[in-house]
Design a binder for this molecule. Structure first.
Ligand code: ZN
Length: 433
């Protein structure tokens, strides 16, 4: 209804305007050279209105003609962007599905359609890597490096390639470049720590892994290889503070304290560790300065004061007592250990030693020794350092397993208990994020 009313109003206005125009009085005359025009005022006004509209129309046409090539280029650009975006989707789908040929073909199309940008270069590199074409990936990463906005991504990609090749020297150089391009990233910190472990740069590994449970291993290793005694002692102290009961940490610290002439502190650290987790190497350190068997026995007695009934304490006392000729004391300790359930090879070997010390080369002595050796043959194995990764056993602790090359995997292994440390895969390729 409103439309009808509006239509009527407009119709009436047009008719009124036409009528007013027709009723306009007067006339117009104009001369152009030889041409002379003479007409009524209403026709002249009408002609002017028509001329105005024709002028506007011509102007529009002119503008359209001028902007036509630009509009064409913009349209083509939009079309390329649309095609490029479709191709990006294709690359992502192919990457997700592991279809390397499609991924590489579409990645090339993306670069043709959209040109080189961090996004398109990264897609090309990923597609190349998926297809095993490391050269294509490397070209894309190197192109990224030449761009300010792609430097870090380029170095990151090249670093991953170097790690996969196990080219640690190159990887280390690339990690430094990446750090300069984008300092302080968590990912790079992890990568650099892994690289430091691979290249035995223990001090750097320790500095880069502040919160890692593996840090204690790196600190011990750094203390062992650092030629500067002050720095070495500082690393050993860090390791000891991280776990004052972990034998390798305690011994690294105590040895350096002893070298520095701080014997009392060294022995205090070892005694504290013996209280928490007795270990034969701790006893060896504590007894090293005793010169005679009797002094060794006395040193052992002092060491076991906090936990004299621990099987390790009893076995230590028995061993030093046999050496000092205190066979009654040795027998008492061995029997107490057996009563406590200890059935390890070392206990039976001590029994054999005791039989020899007590009874000498007599028939009774030889029979007792044979019996002890028979028991030793079927007894539980002695505790030893064992790799939690490859199960290889070794008498000495080391940061890296000599068999499988994993770092931090050696644990003090007994038949009944294990001193455990979290495991890291030191020798496996660094996980490529
Ligand atoms: Zn191993």
């Amino acid at each position: 209804m409103r439309r009808v009313i509006a239509f009527l109003i407009v119709g009436v206005a047009i008719v009124a305007a036409a009528w007013a125009l027709a009723m306009l009085p007067g006339h117009v005359s104009a001369s152009f050279g030889v041409y002379h025009i003479e007409t009524s005022a209403s026709i002249a006004v009408l002609a002017m209105i028509v001329a105005f509209f024709i002028g506007v129309l011509l102007l529009w046409l002119l503008i359209w003609l001028i902007t036509l090539p630009m509009a064409g280029a913009a349209w083509r650009r939009r079309s390329r962007v649309r095609q490029g975006e479709r191709a990006i989707t294709q690359v992502l789908l192919a990457l997700a599905a592991g279809e390397d040929r499609i991924a590489r073909r579409e990645a090339r199309r993306v670069r043709q359609l959209l040109g080189d940008s961090p996004q398109t270069l990264l897609l090309a590199a990923e597609a190349g890597r998926l297809g095993g074409r490391e050269d294509e990936a490397e070209e894309a990463y190197k192109t990224l490096i030449r761009r300010d906005d792609g430097k870090f991504l380029g170095y990151r990609g090249l670093l991953r390639q170097a790690i996969d090749r196990r080219d640690w020297k190159q990887a280390d150089a690339l990690a430094r470049e990446a750090e300069a391009a984008r300092p302080g990233t968590t990912w790079l910190r992890i990568q650099r720590a892994e690289l430091a472990v691979q290249t035995n740069a223990w001090a750097e590994a320790a500095e880069l892994t502040e919160a890692s449970p593996q840090r204690i291993v790196y600190c011990i290793a750094a203390a062992e290889v650092d030629p500067d005694p002050v720095r070495a002692l500082a690393y050993a102290k860090q390791a000891w503070r991280l776990d004052p009961a972990f034998t390798p940490a305690v011994l690294a610290y105590a040895r350096l304290l002893r070298t520095a002439g701080k014997e009392r502190r060294a022995l205090a650290a070892v005694a504290e560790a013996w209280r928490k987790a007795p270990h034969p190497d701790l006893a060896a350190f504590a007894l090293a300065s005793a010169k005679t068997p009797a002094e060794r026995y006395q040193a052992a007695k002092r060491l076991v004061v906090p936990n004299p009934t621990d099987p390790a304490s009893r076995l230590l006392l028995a061993k030093t007592a046999i050496e000092a000729g205190l066979t009654a004391e040795a027998r008492e300790q061995i029997e107490a250990a057996r009563a406590a359930g200890v059935n390890q090879r070392r206990l039976w070997l001590l029994s054999a030693e005791l039989a020899e010390a007590e009874k000498g080369d007599t028939e009774e002595g030889r029979a007792a020794q044979r019996d002890a050796y028979r028991q030793a043959a079927v007894a539980e194995p002695d505790p030893t350092w064992q790799c939690s990764n490859c199960r290889a056993e070794t008498p000495l602790w080391a940061p890296r397993c000599a068999t499988c090359d994993h770092v931090g995997t050696l644990q003090w292994h007994t038949a009944t208990a294990e001193v455990t440390l979290p495991v890291i895969a030191g020798a496996t390729p660094v996980p490529a994020a």
